[in-house]
Design a protein around this ligand. Structure first.
Ligand code: IMP
Length: 196
């Protein structure tokens, strides 16, 4: 069965296809003819994931899902949160985002550096919406380490492996523990139950 993931990110597509297994064909937006960017104008992760899933459903009528993720840092009152992708600039510049995060945190010396990623997945299945969430707990390092992963990974230290940044760990670690993996696993389990 075909199911559209409202993303163009190949890593995310592969992750979702692995979790859903061979009975499902997970395809990208591009593969169903959607090449334009969908504007994420929501004020919450849930709103943004709904906007993306609804856009794809309205265009294709196919079962589909979308995710939205934010990094919430406690001493910054939950920032960058829903603005994580565009924290420093409009241009999804990961390096500039990390620079801004570290410099904002310098204004809070001695405060806990705890943080978490949160992902919300909206699935539209036979026209009905369903939501799945996952979190990944950790803290923000004082400086970057590692070349793997993407986004804030070089400064994110997961509670599940506190001696390394996530960018220093193998992809298998994230596939097991990350916010998005947990939300996608919950969705995959739910979908498999419907088809039983
Ligand atoms: P998106 O909703 O998956 O596009 O995520 C929004 C932003 O959060 C991204 O641009 C990244 O900066 C950040 N982000 C999302 N997932 C991760 C992750 O697994 N590691 C590090 N940063 C992430």
């Amino acid at each position: 069965m075909k199911i559209v993931f409202a993303t163009g990110n190949k890593g995310k597509l592969r992750e979702a296809a692995d979790l859903l297994g061979p009975d499902y064909e997970v395809v990208s937006m591009e593969e169903v003819g959607i090449v334009e960017d969908i504007e994420e104008t929501g004020e919450t992760l849930r709103e943004n994931s709904i906007i993306k899933a609804e856009y794809v459903y309205e265009k294709t009528g196919l079962n589909c899902f979308a995710d939205d993720t934010g990094l919430m840092v406690d001493c910054l009152d939950g920032a960058p949160g829903v603005h994580s992708a565009r924290y420093a600039t409009e241009g999804h510049d990961f390096n500039a985002n990390i620079d801004k995060l570290l410099s904002e945190m310098e204004k809070h010396p001695g405060e806990p550096r705890t943080a978490h990623f949160s992902s919300v997945v909206t699935l539209i299945w036979n026209g009905e919406k369903h939501f799945f969430e996952g979190t990944f707990n950790g803290r923000i390092a004082e400086r970057r380490a590692g070349n793997g992963g993407f986004g804030y990974d070089p400064v994110f230290i997961a509670d599940a492996c506190p001696d390394h940044s996530v960018a220093e760990l193998p992809i298998s670690f994230k596939n097991e523990h990350s916010h998005r993996a947990k939300a996608l696993k919950a969705m995959a389990e739910w979908i498999r139950k419907q088809d039983r």
